[in-house]
Design a binder for this molecule. Structure first.
Ligand SMILES: [Zn+2]
Length: 423
């Protein structure tokens, strides 16, 4: 094997890690799931516990994936909005400020009655086009770009002089209240305050204009006629500014990488890191996602790339919904995808990592800062005594405890694609 042949595959179950669940006899959802393939990886490979950022720090999918790709999130993260915007195909330039947005429903008293507009499935492209038309001339000399994403999600990009991303959310994150006024954030540096004030003013004007345009838009007129909540407001949140990341291949000595992910946010990170972001028909990001189509796409990408990262979203959904059985089914989806890869890839020159980008315990319903279980298998991996995949088992793993930023270093070491430090 020459150094240029080693390949790396990372398979992540989004939010797959968890905590003990009383209704499962104290097991975690991974431990309760039937996972012959994941167990095989652990048995024939080596396990570890991984803190994505630092022990106990809950992370988002964005900061977690930054760490896994070798970009220290504490150094590079500038908010979620830019990743979301890139993920839906809005390009960004230095100085731009971006937001992720929800289409929402507000009533005649301007109270938010549904933060997700009934998880609107269609027509948001027409609503977004109407908003773009209303902002064609810009606001206070700032250009406005708005684009719909899946379901109720969308992204907003502001481009112009004198903007700053240290501003608060318009989305109040609760219902039966009015939308919040955007204003400079508490952590805004004093020298940025005038720019943050201007940015907040523009955002507030945008929200008013969007509401005016959407209220009587034909899409909403017919939604109301059908008894569905109209998508008559846009709630920006998660302001951030465009980040500059060194391309993944230059950061990792020429490793050519691809990403197969179901979340726009992480797709956006892929664009910033100059990874090839591959589309897979049937990868819905939902509980119904076609995990075998994802597995086949990973196997296909493995032929053409040195590094392939894949993230299956479904486990995170069960965690957020406090639903152990749904999460178990999602973990079993990940297992089936990994089974296919075990049958298909050539592990004489490939190292596989299975893991998660964070824990989303069903007992909590949100991300926690607990370590996730990781298992490595294949080329270069020294085996240990662990024979199942799970939180408890991984604590006895031969790789020990690692951070998210260690993962690729370890994998590059396994396949002989890292140079010696020292003489
Ligand atoms: Zn995640």
């Amino acid at each position: 094997m020459t150094h240029s042949e080693g390949k790396i595959v990372m398979v992540l179950g989004d939010g797959m890690g968890g905590r003990d669940v009383p209704s499962l006899g104290g097991r975690t959802t991974i431990e309760a799931a039937h996972t012959p393939a994941l167990d095989t990886v652990a048995r024939l490979g080596a396990s570890a516990l991984m803190y994505l950022a630092r022990p106990g720090q809950p992370v988002g999918s964005d900061t977690a994936h930054m760490a896994l790709l070798g970009y220290d999130p504490f150094q590079y993260y500038r908010g979620r909005g830019p990743f979301e915007a890139a993920g839906v195909g809005l390009s960004m330039q230095p100085g731009d400020v971006a937001f992720r947005c929800n289409f929402a429903t507000v009533d005649e008293k301007d109270l938010i009655t549904d933060r997700r507009a009934g998880r609107i499935k269609s027509g948001t492209d027409q609503l977004a086009a109407a908003i773009m038309e209303a902002c064609r001339e810009g606001i206070e000399g700032v250009q406005v770009f708005f684009k719909e994403s899946v379901e109720h999600r969308a992204a907003l990009v502001l481009r112009g002089e004198g903007l700053d991303y240290h501003v608060t959310d318009v989305d109040p994150h609760e219902e039966n209240v009015p939308w919040a006024q955007c204003q400079p954030a508490l952590n805004c540096p004093p020298e940025a305050l005038p720019r943050a004030e201007r940015t907040a003013r523009i955002v507030n004007e945008f929200v008013v204009r969007a509401h005016e345009v959407l209220e009587n838009h034909p899409v909403n007129v017919s939604r109301k006629a059908e008894g569905q909540p109209p998508a008559n407001a846009v709630l920006p949140r998660g302001a951030g500014e465009a980040v500059e990341l060194a391309p993944f291949s230059s950061r990792h000595d020429g490793l050519r990488g691809a990403m197969i992910v179901e979340v726009d946010l992480v797709r956006g990170l892929g664009y910033y890191a100059a990874l090839d972001v591959l589309d897979v028909e049937g990868a819905t990001g939902g509980r119904d996602t076609d995990e075998m189509a994802i597995a086949r796409a990973v196997a296909e990408a493995w032929k053409n790339y040195d590094f392939v990262l894949c993230n299956i979203k479904a486990p995170d959904l069960g965690g957020h919904d406090h639903d152990p059985h749904q999460k178990i089914q999602a973990v079993e989806k990940v297992d089936r995808a990994v089974a296919y890869l075990l049958d298909t890839l050539d592990f004489s020159h490939t190292a596989l990592m299975i893991g998660a980008d964070h824990c989303t315990p069903v007992t909590v319903g949100d991300h926690t800062g607990d370590a996730v279980p990781v298992a490595f298998y294949g080329c270069g991996v020294r085996t240990d005594l662990v024979d199942t995949y799970g939180e408890r088992a991984a604590a006895a793993g031969g790789v020990g405890q690692i951070s998210g930023g260690d993962a690729l270093v370890l994998l590059r070491n396994f396949v002989g694609r890292i140079s010696k430090f020292g003489a």
